[in-house]
Design a protein around this ligand. Structure first.
Ligand SMILES: C[S@@+](CC[C@H](N)C(=O)[O-])C[C@H]1O[C@@H](n2cnc3c(N)ncnc32)[C@H](O)[C@@H]1O
Length: 253
């Protein structure tokens, strides 16, 4: 977690803001008060990809937690007449916090002034998908990080148009998600890897070239490094993690 809970201050009216950089800075100032794992650069990638879509776009997020990323997407939706669909069952347990997390999530949306553009679906992504019928324009995957759930979450892409963005958090820092990418993306005919920001990867619903597939393979050493760092941190060997360039008590995201 990057920040402690504190009151979220609503973003200033968009017409007071001039450049895209300033607009993002305002959006991030709001989101960064919400606890979570999303870094500033990753939020910028989420924000820019959402902002590049036509007016009125629908953004679908899997895994919202307390709303750190939802609020980033919500601010783009507010400014562009769009909608965010946020799917999270608020699973119980020490890591995600269950019902109290849901209360915080809803409060953060209100405080950030984006509750009106966010439709919350309180369900597991894997349970919601089979009965789903509405198309959307943007997919952000940050739900359960095991191989099977991630593989299933990728199937939501059938609702996207061609060339739409798919963003995946922990793409190269979680064993389940990376194995999912190697198994489901590397050989797919409709998924192209574009780039990553830390462990947040950007894909598009487009036919990949060989070079695109090879770029996925080239991320494997980065993934192995991140898994190694996570093991070192669990073993309380932070000085050793520092030797490979990770100077933080947090997992590499
Ligand atoms: C890493 S957190 C999401 C962080 C959030 N995107 C942010 O920026 O702070 C993962 C979330 O996924 C949710 N989750 C777990 N399994 C899920 C599933 N099958 N479908 C949707 N959400 C799920 C958890 O309740 C948790 O809130």
């Amino acid at each position: 977690m990057r920040s402690r809970r504190s009151r979220v201050i609503p973003v200033t009216a968009p017409d007071e803001v001039t450049t895209p950089d300033e607009q993002f800075d305002r959006a991030w100032e709001v989101a960064d008060r919400i606890p979570g794992w999303l870094t500033r650069d990753q939020a910028r990638l989420l924000y820019d990809e959402a902002l590049a879509l036509p007016h009125g776009a629908t953004l679908l997020e899997i895994g919202s937690h307390q709303g750190r990323s939802t609020v980033v997407l919500g601010q783009v939706a507010s400014a562009t007449g769009g909608t965010v669909i946020a799917i999270d069952p608020f699973v119980e347990g020490r890591l995600f916090g269950g019902a109290p997390t849901r209360t915080r999530f809803l409060a953060h949306l209100e405080e950030a002034g984006v509750a009106g553009v966010v439709r919350h679906v309180e369900d597991y992504s894997t349970r919601a998908r089979p009965g789903w019928s509405d198309g959307f324009d943007y997919l952000y995957i940050d739900g359960k990080h095991d191989f099977w759930t991630f593989s299933d979450d990728l199937r939501w892409r059938s609702f996207l148009p061609r060339n739409a963005p798919i963003l995946v958090h922990d793409a190269y820092s979680s064993i389940g998600v990376t194995l999912g990418i190697l198994a489901r993306v590397l050989f797919a005919r409709d998924l192209t890897y574009v780039r990553r920001e830390g462990s947040m990867a950007l894909f598009r619903t487009a036919r990949p070239r060989l070079a695109d597939r090879l770029r996925v393979v080239r991320e494997v050493p980065w993934w192995l490094r991140n898994v190694g760092i996570k093991v070192l941190l669990r073993l309380r060997l932070r000085p050793v993690a520092r030797l490979v360039g990770h100077d933080s008590p947090y997992d590499p995201y």
